[in-house]
Design a protein around this ligand. Structure first.
Ligand SMILES: [Fe+2]
Length: 241
């Protein structure tokens, strides 16, 4: 396999509440690379109610990815966004106010923690009706889903990929959240595990511990699919690259 692929992180510095400085971003990339990650998609937040500088993110991406490619020639870096769901999401995407993942038709969509489960499902369907495939960001963060996992299974049945945060899978966000993640993993309903790294803490961008935990409990084949192959497919890349 070609290493882990982190589909969701806030490593691109100075654009959202993730890494603030280039030093923080470098430390996060060092942590990711040294633990086996070879593909990273930067997904800065897009919130339609806050002013953001999309062009600034692209410029930072160009400069930073050129520097990182020099240090790590076999590291693939892409640009995307984590888009807060809003009614005009498809219009925001088509006019370039926010972006899909690496120019594909896949969009990483997040909701507010208290949003209703049925509302989340209907909203994802409305994104799909406009020709995009929504990826549900950190499904374990929505209280309605935690209380009623069948909402998450309904999302998977509709073939909308579900992303879980690696720290939720390894238990760092509590037992209840971990139990929910394990249920989805047992059902084969989780499509992607990513870091959602924000913190300049060196370890925040690592996927290796989570990979080992999933591989030992659910088998290396599924672990390889959700840590390596599927996220690359969703970025429009060769799954075996
Ligand atoms: Fe995020």
């Amino acid at each position: 396999m070609g290493g882990f692929c982190d589909l969701h992180c806030h490593i691109l510095y100075g654009v959202d509440d993730g890494a603030q400085t280039v030093e923080d971003a470098r430390a996060l990339i060092d942590g990711a690379y040294s633990s086996g990650t070879r593909t990273i998609c930067f997904t800065p937040h897009y919130n339609p109610f806050r002013k953001i500088d999309s062009a600034g993110a692209e410029e930072t991406f160009r400069t930073f990815s050129a520097e990182m490619k020099e240090k790590y020639p076999d590291l693939t870096l892409c640009l995307g966004a984590e888009v807060l769901y809003h009614q005009k999401i498809a219009d925001s995407l088509s006019r370039g106010a926010c972006r899909t993942l690496n120019g594909t038709r896949f969009v990483l969509v997040e909701f507010l923690p208290d949003d209703d489960g049925q509302y989340i499902i209907q909203s994802l369907e409305s994104v799909a009706a406009r020709g995009y495939t929504p990826i549900l960001a950190h499904a374990e963060r929505y209280h309605s889903f935690l209380g009623k996992p069948k909402y998450a299974l309904s999302v998977a049945e509709r073939e909308f990929p579900i992303q879980l945060n690696v720290r939720s899978v390894t238990g760092e966000n509590g037992k209840r959240v971990q139990k929910f993640c394990r249920l989805l993993l047992k059902e084969g309903a989780a499509a992607v595990i990513a870091t959602d790294a924000h913190d300049p803490d060196y370890a925040d961008a690592r996927l290796d511990e989570g990979f080992r935990a999933v591989a030992s409990r659910f088998g290396p084949e599924y672990a390889t699919t959700i840590f390596c192959r599927m996220p690359r497919i969703l970025l429009g890349l060769d799954p075996n690259g």
